[in-house]
Each structure stands twice: as structure tokens, then as C-alpha cells.
Write a protein that binds this ligand. Structure first.
Ligand SMILES: Nc1ncnc2c1ncn2[C@@H]1O[C@H](COP(=O)(O)OP(=O)(O)OP(=O)(O)O)[C@@H](O)[C@H]1O
Length: 207
């Protein structure tokens, strides 16, 4: 068993020969919402990539669910990642993207129609992602991420492109996710989202 969902100690990451994270420590308990905040280039996305097992460390330790993150089925069944470059299937509509997600995950957290409703995509459900606005595409990414079952959400700037109204609703959706027992770690520049979370900086200092 493990005490914390996430346990990071002494994490140091170098990119292109430059230190990006230095001796960072972080623990996250089940049910928490943690906001990683800091200026552009401070290492927020790098930290999320380390947690997802996508970025190797120069030194230090990352433990997810009690062991180092590994790129395998059991890990990704627990972890839902919203990165900064979502991929779309050419020719599939917004609804079809969600249907695909629901087909792969029979125990989806909500139906496709409910997701379209919650993420205000009903009127654009039959559009392909490239014909959606930036904010609508982000809502589709979030819908796909939150539709599938998971226990940990790793979100990189989930507020990207969203209007003020939907940013407020997103805070409620994340709170509902943790009410179900989930845990959230997000990199964000949105003060409202950060205010609903425990704030840490990539240097590991509580903001
Ligand atoms: N592949 C790379 N090679 C070298 N340096 C990189 C590479 N990727 C990122 N960096 C640098 O690492 C630093 C941290 O980047 P990162 O994307 O983690 O920052 P961030 O806090 O998420 O920034 P933002 O708020 O702009 O999204 C930046 O200075 C960036 O330029």
C-alpha cells in the first residue's frame, strides 16, 4: 500500500542541458486538488510530464500509487492526462470522439449525451474538431478526459481558451471529481481555478 497518491522527492530535471526542476518535493493525498502555479517557463508542464512518466529525471524520485510511473495499461487506466497538444481523429465529429472514448471505457463516468450537455457541445456535436472554436475544442478535450473512468487527473492548463463562465463551471466539475474519490493535479494560470486548490510552485514551495 502507499500513503500518498503522488510522492516526489529530490526531483531534478534538465532540458537541453539547463536545470528546469531542482530538488523538488511534493506529496499529494487522495482527494486533493493541487494547482501547480508559476510564471511561463518555470517548469509546470515539465513536472506534469514527470508525473505521467513521460519525462525522465536527472535525479530524484517520482512515485505514483506507490511506485515509479510506467507507461503501461494499468497506469493509464488510473491516470487521465490532458496535455497541451491533443490529437484528433481526422473526419470524426465531436460526438464520435466521445463515442470512441465511451466504447473503449464501458464504465464511463457519464454518457456521451450527458458529456455533450455538460460541456456545452450539443449544438456543435456533429462538427469535426477542426471546425470548432478554440474554446469548444478545449471543452471537447476536457469532455473526453472527464468521461473516461480514472482516479487521477493530470491537467495542463485546462483553462486554455475557455471563457470566464466555463472556467467557473470547470472548478465545480473538478470538485465533483474529487467528491467521487478522485485526485487532481493541474498546471494553471487561472487565479479562480488555483483558488479552489492547494497551490504549489514547480520549485516545490507552497505558493
Ligand atoms: N525540449 C526542451 N529542450 C530544452 N528546453 C526546454 C524543452 N522543453 C521545455 N524547455 C524549457 O524548460 C522550461 C520549462 O518549460 P515548461 O513547459 O515546463 O514551463 P511551464 O511552467 O509549463 O511554462 P508555461 O507557463 O509557459 O506553460 C522553459 O524554460 C522551456 O523553455
Amino acid at each position: 500500500m502507499y500513503d500518498s497518491i503522488i510522492s516526489v522527492s529530490g526531483l531534478t530535471v534538465e532540458l537541453g542541458g539547463n536545470p528546469v526542476l531542482r530538488d523538488m518535493s511534493l506529496t499529494v493525498a487522495a482527494g486533493e486538488i493541487v494547482a501547480v502555479v508559476g510564471p511561463n517557463g518555470s517548469g509546470k508542464s515539465t513536472l506534469l510530464r514527470c508525473l505521467a512518466g513521460l519525462q525522465p529525471a536527472a535525479s530524484g524520485e517520482v512515485r505514483m500509487f506507490g511506485k515509479p510511473p510506467v507507461d503501461d495499461g494499468p497506469f493509464w487506466r488510473r491516470v487521465a492526462l490532458l496535455g497541451d497538444e491533443p490529437a484528433w481523429y481526422p473526419g470524426l465529429t465531436a460526438r464520435e470522439h466521445l463515442e470512441l472514448m465511451a466504447a473503449v471505457h464501458p464504465t464511463a463516468r457519464m454518457t456521451v449525451e450527458a458529456a455533450l450537455e455538460v460541456f456545452s457541445l450539443v449544438e456543435r456535436a456533429d462538427a469535426v474538431p477542426l471546425n470548432l472554436s478554440t474554446g469548444q475544442r478545449q471543452r471537447l478535450s476536457l469532455a473526453a478526459t472527464l468521461l473516461r473512468p480514472s482516479t487521477l487527473l493530470l491537467l495542463d492548463e485546462p483553462e486554455r481558451g475557455l471563457d470566464a463562465d466555463f472556467r467557473g463551471r470547470l472548478a465545480g466539475l473538478l470538485a465533483a471529481y474529487t467528491d467521487e474519490g478522485g485526485t487532481v493535479v493541474m498546471a494553471t494560470h487561472d487565479p479562480g481555478l488555483a483558488a479552489c486548490a492547494r497551490q504549489v510552485s514547480p520549485s516545490g514551495v507552497t505558493a
